[in-house]
Design a protein around this ligand. Structure first.
Ligand SMILES: *[C@@H]1O[C@H](CO)[C@@H](O)[C@H](O)[C@H]1NC(C)=O
Ligand SMILES: *[C@@H]1O[C@H](CO)[C@@H](O)[C@H](O)[C@H]1NC(C)=O
Ligand SMILES: *[C@@H]1O[C@H](CO)[C@@H](O)[C@H](O)[C@H]1NC(C)=O
Ligand SMILES: *[C@@H]1O[C@H](CO)[C@@H](O)[C@H](O)[C@H]1NC(C)=O
Ligand SMILES: *[C@@H]1O[C@H](CO)[C@@H](O)[C@H](O)[C@H]1NC(C)=O
Length: 313
């Protein structure tokens, strides 16, 4: 049937769409059933083609996929469950999940993520469970990464190489129930304080809490980060270290020096003022300029009456 003699292009497109929606197509070797597509353990190097558009659950785990194509993924606007565990995905772009805004479950664990763009999850406001564990080269997360994932209840950040998390990154996730943070080289310096306090006060579960520990500084190494808030507060807010003492010493010296200079300047000013004052007072005072102290001491009726006394010296 040629296009010219057959039904109009719109009808063709419609039936094509219906064909995809009704699940008549399925990626090679994958299992498609009840809006669920399973392509696990397939040695896939790329995201599979021909995934039915009405798919709600997509299993891509245990393959060698290196990236998620935003366009193809975006066709699956009903997708609520995406399992990409154990692949080789390297990065997430701002627009990677832009079309799958209904996503509730997202598993990106055991990949090779090196970067997650700050807006990657920006439309995933329904996301309840996010797993990015076992991505040892991730190293850092932007503070806006979770800005819009306000439904998040389970967040797994184990073994991601994270050293620190901005306090603002998680504090607005009010329904967050369970947070996994172990296996990371947490750097418990003073920038970490606010997050540590958040962990203390927020009502969250830390099932791996005993294993989520500080590696730096040495004084706090081995402390569970969910309980490091208090010692860290002591260290950062009340305890002074060497540098602080040197700083205080310097400040003290500066104040002392400034005081000395100010006193000296005041003295000079006083002298100059007195000298000019007397200069304008007449010839007698001009002569006295070098003898201020003596003048003050011997200031008396007699002195004033004699008037010529300074000339004698
Ligand atoms: C995240 O994935 C790992 C395996 O990659 C699994 O062991 C862990 O239980 C998952 N975390 C959650 C919260 O489901
Ligand atoms: C994972 O990423 C790192 C850093 O980009 C790279 O050196 C390594 O080869 C990658 N591993 C795999 C299995 O792709
Ligand atoms: C959060 O969502 C709003 C509106 O949907 C959007 O304007 C904003 O850029 C998003 N922010 C982030 C950090 O994703
Ligand atoms: C704490 O460590 C983090 C991560 O290395 C670093 O970005 C930050 O500047 C450090 N803060 C302080 C106060 O040293
Ligand atoms: C903590 O780590 C130890 C040793 O690595 C492991 O045996 C244990 O199961 C871990 N505990 C939790 C709660 O993750």
């Amino acid at each position: 049937m040629s296009l010219a003699s057959g039904p109009g292009p719109q009808l063709l497109l419609f039936s094509l769409g219906m064909g995809l929606v009704s699940g008549s197509k399925c990626p090679n070797n994958c299992l498609c059933q009840d809006q669920e597509v399973s392509c696990t353990n397939m040695q896939l190097m790329e995201y599979p083609l021909n995934i039915p558009l009405n798919t709600r659950r997509l299993f891509l785990s245990n393959n060698k996929i290196t990236s998620l194509p935003a366009l193809q993924l975006g066709f699956l606007s009903d997708l609520v469950y995406l399992d990409c565990q154990n692949n080789r995905i390297r990065e997430l772009m701002d627009y990677t999940f832009i079309g799958v805004f209904k996503l509730i479950y997202l598993d990106l664990s055991s990949n090779n993520l090196t970067s997650i763009s700050p807006f990657s999850f920006s439309v995933l406001s329904n996301l309840v469970r996010l797993n990015i564990s076992n991505n040892p080269h991730l190293l850092s997360l932007d503070k806006y990464t979770f800005a819009n994932t306000t439904s998040l209840r389970y967040l797994d950040l184990r073994n991601t190489g994270l050293q620190t998390i901005d306090h603002d990154a998680l504090h607005h996730l009010v329904v967050l129930q369970t947070l996994y943070l172990s296996g990371n080289p947490w750097k418990c310096n003073c920038s970490f304080l606010e997050f540590a306090i958040h962990l203390l006060v927020a009502e969250m579960e830390h099932p791996d809490g005993q294993n989520a520990t500080c590696t730096e500084p040495t004084e706090l190494s081995g402390w569970p980060i969910a309980r490091v808030g208090n010692p860290l507060q002591y260290m950062c807010l009340t305890h002074l270290n060497h540098q602080d003492y040197i700083f205080l010493l310097l400040i003290g010296f500066c104040i002392f020096a400034a005081g000395t200079v100010a006193a000296w300047l005041t003295g000079v000013c006083a002298v100059l003022y007195q000298s000019t004052h007397r200069k304008s007072g007449g010839d007698d005072t001009e002569d006295e300029a070098g003898n201020r102290v003596t003048n003050k001491i011997f200031r008396s009726k007699a002195y004033f009456n004699q008037g010529r006394f300074p000339h004698l010296i």
